[in-house]
Design a protein around this ligand. Sequence first.
Ligand code: AMP
Ligand code: MG
Length: 442
Amino acid sequence: MTTSDNISSCISGDESQALPVSAAQAVIRRWVQPVATIERVALRAALDRVLAEDVISPINVPAHDNAAMDGYAFDGAVLSEGPASADGAGAAQLTLDVSGEALAGHPFIGTLAARQCVRIMTGAPMPAGSDTVVPQEFVTRSGGRIAFDARQVARGANCRRAGEDLARGCPALHAGRIMRPSDVGLVASLGIAEVAVRRRLRVAFFSTGDELRSIGEPLEAGCVYDSNRYTLSAMLARLNVEALDLGVVRDEPAALEAAFRSAAQSADVVLSSGGVSVGVADFTRRMFETLGDVAFWQLAIRPGRPLAFGRLWPNAESGRNSQERPALFFGLPGNPVAVMATFYLIVRETLLAMSGARAPAPLQLTAVATAAIKKRAGRTEYQRGIATREADGTWRVAPTRSQGAGVLSSMSEANCFIVLAHEQGHVAAGERVEIMPFEGLI
Ligand code: AMP
Ligand code: MG
């Protein structure tokens, strides 16, 4: 069956045809368009932003040949000229005259002659006529001379060459890079004050459900506090997107339609939670026929089976061929763990790509399951696990006590997802499984 067959059967509501995760990711990629607007920001403000252009080095790094150790700089040609004297132990003693000093920021002015050297500190520019540094611990100094065993040093040793880290004109960082602290420092080391980044992605989100109450409101029978907006805003904050919280929307077609319309007008991506499971999705589906297109309604994933993905046209009535860009839309499940799992496994990658980022896939490791794990073939499962590293370096993983899609404490208890592939069946204790650590992901 092709992906498009899968899509249409999902839209038609055939539950046996939930889309496999890899197919869903391929469908989503087809509709992703990175934010086009570029802004220039001061370097300090560039942390966690996405570079819009390569950063090209205007200088050689390091700018000059310089010493990699404290010692004495000299012309290494003398090393091949044979020893000035050889002692009884076979050492090839070389004797050099000390003609000055070079410190970081205080170069030696002048050119060294053969068999002359300069006392040099790490980072100081190599004096003209020198190419080698003998570390100070190899040297005996008496007055204005040093002596050392020439066999301990090779020509060119302990000297960092100009342009060795980065040559002038070469890219130091590539477009699509999410700026880390080391990148901010790297750009500073090039003397660059500003970088071009993409506009932050705007993501609007809201919760749906008549049973939802906000913090501060009394909790009547049958009601729950809305936690999804809090987890969503926290997860979005980590991705450094501009998050627009549109509150709680009642399970009423008119209210939902108004929420989707205003969200599509103000955001690049719209996330809703709740209201997409089979029982309640019908009016949502009809609404999408006027507001946009839906690519799929169901994913072969657990937790998170009811998950809608589509596009919303900001002004649907005025036609879809206008210059306007549609907002991407994810209708996430209502269950709090399902919201988090689908966010990390489906939405996150989309938000990064929409932000223009070229980010590596989340880290996965192999671990030994400490207990049997129930798993049905035909869907990808992301169970919550607690991974520990043994003294011999192997990883072990135990599933958390509860795997319920509504048990949010299992996410707090866990430190990884146990990733059980689409075709995989039950796992026996002692079998190897893939884990995706939360560290670096959440
Ligand atoms: P639904 O997908 O709307 O049928 O919701 C599935 C389950 O998730 C129900 O038990 C809801 O009460 C719960 N739920 C939905 N939205 C939220 C939310 N924002 N915060 C906490 N629980 C929610
Ligand atoms: Mg609901």
